[in-house]
Design a protein around this ligand. Structure first.
Ligand code: 2P0
Length: 323
C-alpha cells in the first residue's frame, strides 16, 4: 500500500494533439509550470481478496466505465511488477475537477506514483513520467516541480518529461480565475483529436510550438517573466484557434473568459504587466511577477469576486510514501 501526492501543472506551451492515441505520444513538445495550490493525493492498495479494481474519487465510488483510464494504468503496473491482485484506489483532488484546471495531470501522476510503489516497483522519475503519460498526457509533466518540458519523443521509451528548473529562482506567480468549475462539454481527449484530424491549421501549429519551445527556454534562462508570459499568451490563443477551426468548430471560452482576457489587456495597457492562458475549459490563468500581484488581484476581484481567485506559487514534484 502506498500514497502519492502530485501537483497539477499549467502548460505555457500547450500539448494539443496525439500522434499515437494508444501510447499517448504527442504531436509536439510542451512546457509547463507545476502549481503549489492544486494537487491530488492517491492511495493504492493491492489486495488478494478483491474481485475487481475499486476506484473512489473524492469519496465517490466510480463505475467501471468511468474508471477505464485508471484501470488501464493499474494493468500496466500489474504487467510490469507481476502482481495479479486487484487494487483499491482512493483519490482526493484538491483541484476543481474537469474544469480545465488539469485535474487529470495531478491525478494520473499521483496514481502512477502510488500504484508503482504499492506494487513494489521502484521506478526512476523518468520511468514514472512515462507511466503517468499512459494515463493522461499532461500527467507526464506533473512528476516534476517548477518548469517542466515534455519531450514528444518517437516511441514509448523516448516520450517523457524533463525538469527545466525545479526550483524556480525568479518571482513568477500564477493566478487561477475560477469561472466555471462544472464538468466541461468537450473532453480534451476528443477535442484535441478533432483538431488534429480536421483543423486546416494543424501543420502551422506544429511549427508554432517548435518556435515557442526554443523562445520560452531562452526566456526562462534569462528569468524574463514578461517574455515568458507573452509567449504563453500567444501560444494559448493559437491552441484555441485549433478548436475554432475544427469541423465542427467549438470553443472552451465563455463570456466571462473574454471579460477576464480584456481586463488583463487593460491592466497591461496601464503598465501592470500580466498575461493570460486558458486550457480545455473557460477558466483563465494569469501569469505575472509577484510584485504586481496586489494590483492584479484587486482589479480582477472587482469583476469576479475574491472567492473565485486563487494565487499559486510554483509547486514541487511528486512525493510517494509507503503506508
Ligand atoms: C496541456 N491540455 O498541455 C493541454 C493544454 C489542455 C490544454 O493536456 O487525452 O487531459 O488525457 O492526454 O492531458 C489536457 O489534456 O489529455 C491538456 P489526454 P489531457 O496541459
Amino acid at each position: 500500500m502506498a500514497t502519492a501526492k502530485a501537483h497539477t501543472n499549467i502548460a505555457l506551451v500547450k500539448y494539443w494533439g496525439k500522434k499515437d492515441p494508444k501510447l499517448i505520444l504527442p504531436q509536439t513538445d510542451s512546457l509547463s509550470l507545476t502549481l503549489n495550490e492544486f494537487y491530488t493525493t492517491t492511495t493504492v492498495n493491492f489486495k488478494s481478496e478483491l474481485d475487481a479494481d475499486h476506484v473512489s474519487i473524492d469519496g465517490q465510488l466510480i463505475d467501471k466505465a468511468d474508471a477505464k483510464k485508471v484501470i488501464h494504468v493499474l494493468e500496466l503496473v500489474r504487467s510490469m511488477s507481476g502482481i495479479n491482485s486487484f487494487a483499491e484506489v482512493t483519490s482526493t483532488n484538491h483541484v476543481p475537477t474537469a474544469a480545465g484546471l488539469a485535474s487529470s495531470a495531478s491525478a494520473f501522476a499521483a496514481l502512477a506514483g502510488a500504484a508503482s510503489v504499492a506494487a513494489g516497483l521502484h521506478l526512476s522519475r523518468r520511468d514514472l513520467s512515462k507511466l503517468a503519460r499512459r494515463g493522461s498526457g499532461s500527467a507526464t509533466r506533473s512528476i516534476y516541480g517548477g518548469l517542466v518540458e515534455w519531450q514528444k519523443g518517437v516511441d514509448d521509451a523516448s516520450s517523457f518529461a524533463k525538469p527545466i528548473a525545479e526550483d524556480v529562482a525568479f518571482p513568477i506567480e500564477m493566478l487561477a480565475v475560477l469561472i466555471n468549475t462544472k464538468k466541461k462539454k468537450v473532453s480534451s481527449r476528443s477535442g484535441m483529436q478533432l483538431s488534429v484530424s480536421t483543423s486546416p491549421y494543424y501543420e502551422a501549429w506544429k511549427k508554432v510550438v517548435a518556435r515557442d519551445m526554443t523562445a520560452i527556454k531562452a526566456a526562462i534562462k534569462a528569468k524574463d517573466i514578461d517574455k515568458i508570459g507573452h509567449i504563453a499568451e500567444e501560444n494559448a490563443l493559437r491552441m484555441h484557434a485549433l478548436t475554432l477551426s475544427a469541423d465542427p468548430g467549438f470553443t472552451y471560452f465563455n463570456g466571462e473568459t473574454l471579460a477576464i482576457i480584456k481586463t488583463v489587456e487593460d491592466l497591461r495597457s496601464h503598465g501592470i504587466n500580466c498575461y493570460y492562458t486558458m486550457d480545455a475549459g473557460p477558466n483563465v490563468k494569469v501569469i505575472y511577477d509577484r510584485a504586481n500581484r496586489d494590483k492584479i488581484v484587486a482589479r480582477l476581484a472587482d469583476i469576479i469576486g475574491y472567492d473565485r481567485l486563487v494565487v499559486s506559487q510554483p509547486g514541487p514534484g511528486i512525493k510517494i510514501w509507503n503506508e
